[in-house]
Design a protein around this ligand. Structure first.
Ligand SMILES: Nc1ncnc2c1ncn2[C@@H]1O[C@H](COP(=O)(O)OP(=O)(O)OP(=O)(O)O)[C@@H](O)[C@H]1O
Ligand SMILES: [Mg+2]
Length: 254
């Protein structure tokens, strides 16, 4: 497995936030992380890139326990776009995306052709190659989100963690970003609230509820009327889409 989480616990403020979670993500595949507000999605993503340390359990990248990896080793292979990523207002789009190259450069290694190529490719992937010189604070919310995703792609990660990456994006860019993530030869975990986008673009899903995984597997096996009622408290009708063959959730009014 590319990302392996085994019986991980993490507590904060006297409460068990991540309560014995185990998930496996195969190399190159995309796992959608679903669950209501406060179910532990962002906390789990932070544990996977060791922004937080597990209380117990093991997170492995490849076959290596991340507890045994240096911060630099982790940064060279895992890119993380946080839910509410912030950036200093005085920088340009290019400055932000260039930050993605930091883990690959030593104190004495000059900026190289490979760094330029990775930054340009990342800007192209998010449809912003013409915006390199624009100041961060002049960008729209969706453009900022795309620049943060470009920064993560410039890192050329083998594992990519995205926390609600479609927040603020118009529908065209939601489809483009998730299509891109699904096509990239990178192992990805994407926290999402939109069940239909998750079904369309993810190879597998894990549903969190109160810090535990309550369902995991292929989207068509996971997204059932019963699960949606139990976990999200919403009545829904599920069909298979004639367009893309994946399951499609239609919500009933409360
Ligand atoms: N450092 C902390 N101290 C205390 N409580 C915390 C801390 N970090 C997270 N929590 C709590 O843990 C729970 C899970 O938070 P988390 O951000 O992981 O949820 P989430 O599934 O990402 O939710 P959302 O969909 O709203 O982003 C929440 O109830 C949150 O208040
Ligand atoms: Mg969150």
């Amino acid at each position: 497995m590319s990302i392996s989480v085994h019986d991980v616990h993490w507590s904060a403020g006297g409460a068990m936030i991540v309560d014995g979670i185990s998930i496996e993500v195969a190399p190159g595949s995309t796992l959608g992380l679903l669950g209501p507000n406060g179910s532990g999605k962002s906390s789990l993503l932070r544990l996977i890139c060791r922004l937080r340390n597990v209380k117990s359990g093991v997170v492995s990248l490849g076959n290596t326990d991340i507890a045994a990896m240096s911060r630099l080793d982790i940064a060279r292979r895992v890119a993380f776009v946080e839910q509410q990523a912030t950036t200093d207002a005085q920088v340009t789009v290019l400055d932000v995306v260039r930050l993605g190259r930091t883990p690959h450069r030593g104190p004495l290694s000059p900026w190289g052709v490979a760094d330029d190529a990775a930054v340009y490719a990342a800007l192209c992937h998010v449809g912003m190659p013409g915006r390199a010189g624009q100041l961060w604070h002049t960008l729209s919310g969706g453009e900022r989100q795309r620049v943060h995703i470009a920064r993560a792609l410039a890192q050329t990660p083998s594992e990519l963690l995205l926390d609600e990456p479609t927040n603020h994006l118009d529908i065209q860019h939601q489809l483009e970003i998730l299509g891109l993530v699904a096509r990239l030869p990178v192992t990805s975990i994407v926290a999402l609230h939109d069940l239909n986008l998750a079904a369309m673009f993810c190879d597998s899903l894990a549903v969190l509820h109160r810090g535990k995984v309550v369902a995991a597997g292929a989207p068509e096996d996971i997204l059932t009327e019963r699960l949606i009622a139990e976990v999200f408290g919403v009545r829904a009708h599920i069909e298979r889409s004639a367009y893309h063959g994946r399951c499609h959730v239609q919500y009933r009014t409360l």
